[in-house]
Ligand binder design. Sequence first.
Ligand SMILES: [Zn+2]
Length: 315
Amino acid sequence: MSVVLSTNFDSGNIEVVDASRPDDIRLRVRDDAGGEHRQWFHFRVHGVRNVPLTLHLENAAQCSYPGGWPGYKACVSADHVQWRRVADTSYDGGRLTLRLTPATDTIWLAYFEPYSWERHQALIGRCAVSPLARVERLGASLESRDIDCVVIGSGPLPVWVIARQHPGESMAEWLAEGLLEALLGDSPAAVAVRERATVHVVPNMNPDGSVRGHLRCNAAGANLNREWRTPSAECSPEVLVCSRQCARGVGFFLDVHGDETIPTCSSTGPAWCRATARPTYGEKSSSATRWSVSVRAFSRRTAIIPSALARRCSR
Ligand SMILES: [Zn+2]
């Protein structure tokens, strides 16, 4: 049986250069729209039971952040539910090479553990039926996917948490899922946050890029966290609709990201600038409120953020 690679599913991304030999499968990561960025990959390999595989990502050095490859381990799953790392992942400065011998007929390989658009729907559905949450539709992406916002609490502090402006940082939506579950729970921190704050969580700011298998950009090739200064309906409606809602007032703003080099999700530390009503992303501003957080990646039920929010709300 020959080895067959496929990508025609949610967030699939790989270009097959040559898969005629299982011990020398040559691949390339496809570009995001716009052609500037590439790094996310997600593909299925069939016909691999007990077959020693060697897969090369030949354009690893031309990816957006080659500095993340040394020490990086790719993700693999036999059932597309449970994921683990490919221990024998190596980078030689040009190619990223994965070596493994699967015990099953089919495997999936990915840059990070995927978070699918279908799982996003289920997350929004769970929130929609909770008596503690309200689901708002901020608007639509360029490809008509919903930009969802879950609103929890009724306190005076307006809190915004947005995730996955960079769609290839799928851990950011895993964090959003954990945050929502924690905020809808009955821990003292969650109760305190719901009393003192009104929390808006946007689990996926870039659904088009997520489904397309992009690293950083939306369907127009826009890098969304560079769009807050002048968002437009043509290039970045995702930011435009969110920023209009944020303009009503933000007391605390968290933009969740993740990468290869730290074992946590992170906020890149954007500060909310009240003067311009947008996040500042490293710019200096005296009217900014600065706060950042790191939590364990894939900590789906973490109470860290609600606890931290509760502490901040009590100040
Ligand atoms: Zn990012």
